[in-house]
Design a protein around this ligand. Structure first.
Ligand code: NIG
Ligand code: FE
Length: 424
C-alpha cells in the first residue's frame, strides 16, 4: 500500500539543487509530501495537489529541514585506539616517525586482527549510531586494518551484517592501505598478491558487499604504478576506484585518479594544478578531509578554492580513523570547510551532502528534491547558517525516516546466533 505523509509547520528547508552545481536553495515555510519513502512534492500548503487526498501529517515543529549528511570517506571499523600515539605526537614525534617504528597503522592492524567478527560488528554499529545522532545518514566505510586475507574478509563480513541490519552504507575494499609486516620492504610483491589474489577472493567470498576499491598512493608507501595495478584489478571485479592521494607529498595520485576515471581522489593537501584540471575534466570528485589536516597538526589545508575555481565538484568528508582523524563530527567538518578551506556556507553544505552522494553514485541522497530518499534532518535553528556561526554548539538534529530501517536497534538474528555460539 502506498504511504503518503505530509511534513508541515517547517520554518524552512535547505537543500542543494541537484540540477545546478553549487546552487543551494533556502525555501521558507515549505510543505513537503513524502510518498513511499521518497520526496514527491514541495510547495505551499495551499497548493497541495488534490490527488494526495488526506495524508498522514508530520509536525515539523517550526524547525529547518535538511538532507542527512553523507560521509564519503571513513575507516569505520578498526580495533583499539591510538590515544597514546596521539600524545607522542603532541610531544613532538611525527606521524611518519611513529609509522617507521612499527606503530601507526600497523598498531591498529594488530588490534583489528585480534577482534572477533561479532566484536567488529558491535564496534561498527556503535560508531554508526553516534554518527547518525549527529546527522550522518549515509556512510562510506573501508576495510584496510586487516592487511591479511582472513581479517580483510572478517571486516567484509562485519560490514555485510551492518548492511543487513539496515544501515545505509557503501563499502570499499582497501587491503592496500599500508604494507603489512609480512611484506615489509616488498611493496611490489604485496601489491601483486592484493591485485591478483586477495581482491578476487574477497569478491568471491562476499559478492554483494563492496562497490569500491581504494589504495594509499603516497611517498614511502605505494607508487602511482602500484595504485594503477590495484585499481585496475578492482575494476575488472566490478569495483569503482577511489584513491588516497597527495596527503603528505605530491605523488601524482590526483592525475592517476583522473586517468582511471576514479569516483573520487581523497586528501589532496599536496595536489598539483595539473591534477586539479585533470580531475575537473574527468569528473573525479576531490574529497577533502580537513579534520585530518587539523588532527595531524599540518599547516596547509587542501586548496579547496583553487579546485572550485578549476571546476571541480568538491566534497568534504571525515576520514574517521584512529591515527590521523579520530573525529566523526559533521559540524566540525562543515565549520572547517568554511573557516579553513574558505568555502562559503552554501559550498561547504553542498560538499557535505550532494557531492559526496554523487561520488558514491547515489543521486537520490544529499538533496531533498522530488525523487530523493525521504530520510531528513530537522534542526532547531532560526537559520541553517547558525550551524557554523555558533561554532562550539553541539546541535543534534531530529531525524525523520521514511524509508531506511535504521530505527531498529534490536539484536539481529545473526548477532543473537553469534552471542549464543560464544556462550557455548
Ligand atoms: O586516510 N592515509 C592513510 N590512511 C588513513 C590513516 C590511517 C591511520 O593512521 O590509521 C588516512 O589518513
Ligand atoms: Fe583515509
Amino acid at each position: 500500500m502506498e504511504k503518503i505523509k505530509l511534513l508541515t509547520n517547517l520554518r524552512g528547508l535547505i537543500t542543494p539543487d541537484p540540477n545546478q552545481t553549487w546552487k543551494v536553495d533556502f525555501i521558507e515555510a515549505p510543505t513537503i509530501v513524502l510518498r513511499d519513502g521518497r520526496i514527491d512534492w514541495i510547495g505551499r500548503k495551499t497548493d497541495i495537489p488534490y490527488e494526495y487526498g488526506d495524508p498522514e501529517p508530520i509536525d515539523g515543529k517550526g524547525m529547518w529541514a535538511s538532507p542527512g549528511f553523507v560521509d564519503s570517506h571513513t575507516h569505520l571499523i578498526f580495533g583499539g585506539d591510538r590515544s597514546q600515539e596521539f600524545n607522542r605526537r603532541l610531544h613532538g614525534v611525527t606521524y611518519a616517525q611513529i609509522a617507521s617504528k612499527g606503530g601507526g597503522i600497523r598498531e591498529t592492524v594488530r588490534a583489528t586482527r585480534q577482534a572477533t567478527v561479532s566484536e567488529l560488528v558491535t564496534i561498527g554499529s556503535n560508531r554508526l549510531q553516534k554518527m547518525r545522532s549527529k546527522g550522518v545518514l549515509h556512510v562510506e566505510c573501508k576495510t584496510g586494518y586487516g592487511l591479511e586475507l582472513e581479517t580483510e574478509s572478517c571486516l567484509l563480513r562485519a560490514y555485510s551484517e551492518l548492511l543487513k541490519r539496515g544501515w545505509s552504507l557503501d563499502v570499499t575494499i582497501m587491503p592496500a592501505h599500508d604494507i603489512p609486516v609480512e611484506y615489509a620492504g616488498a611493496p611490489d610483491k604485496y601489491i601483486k598478491v592484493v591485485s591478483e589474489e586477495w581482491q578476487p577472493e574477497l569478491i568471491r567470498r562476499h559478492p554483494d558487499v563492496a562497490s569500491f576499491c581504494d589504495v594509499f598512493v603516497e611517498k614511502g608507501v605505494f607508487t602511482p604504478e602500484h595504485g594503477r595495478q590495484v585499481l585496475e584489478s578492482g575494476r575488472k571485479l566490478g569495483l569503482k576506484p577511489r584513491i588516497h592521494a597527495d596527503e603528505f607529498a605530491h605523488t601524482g595520485g590526483a592525475e592517476l585518479a583522473a586517468e582511471l576515471g576514479a569516483a573520487s581522489a581523497d586528501h589532496l593537501m599536496f595536489c598539483s594544478d595539473q591534477g586539479m584540471v585533470a580531475m575537473a575534466k574527468a569528473g573525479v570528485i576531490p574529497t577533502l578531509l580537513p579534520a585530518t589536516t587539523l588532527f595531524l597538526g599540518m599547516r596547509d589545508f587542501a586548496p579547496a578554492r583553487r579546485m572550485i575555481e578549476t571546476g571541480c565538484k568538491v566534497a568534504l568528508a571525515s576520514d574517521f580513523n584512529p591515527g590521523s582523524c579520530a573525529c566523526i563530527d559533521p559540524l566540525l567538518i562543515l565549520r572547517l570547510g568554511c573557516l579553513q578551506l574558505r568555502m562559503t556556507f552554501e559550498e561547504a553544505f553542498a560538499a557535505m551532502t550532494l557531492h559526496p552522494a554523487l561520488s558514491l553514485s547515489r543521486p537520490d541522497l544529499g538533496h531533498l528534491y522530488p525523487g530523493a530518499r525521504a530520510d531528513l534532518l530537522l534542526w532547531d535553528v532560526k537559520h541553517p547558517l547558525e550551524l557554523v556561526y555558533w561554532m562550539g554548539e553541539a546541535y543534534r538534529p531530529e531525524i525523520i525516516y521514511s524509508q531506511s530501517t535504521l530505527k531498529s536497534s534490536c539484536l539481529s538474528k545473526w548477532e543473537a546466533r553469534s552471542a549464543k555460539a560464544a556462550l557455548q
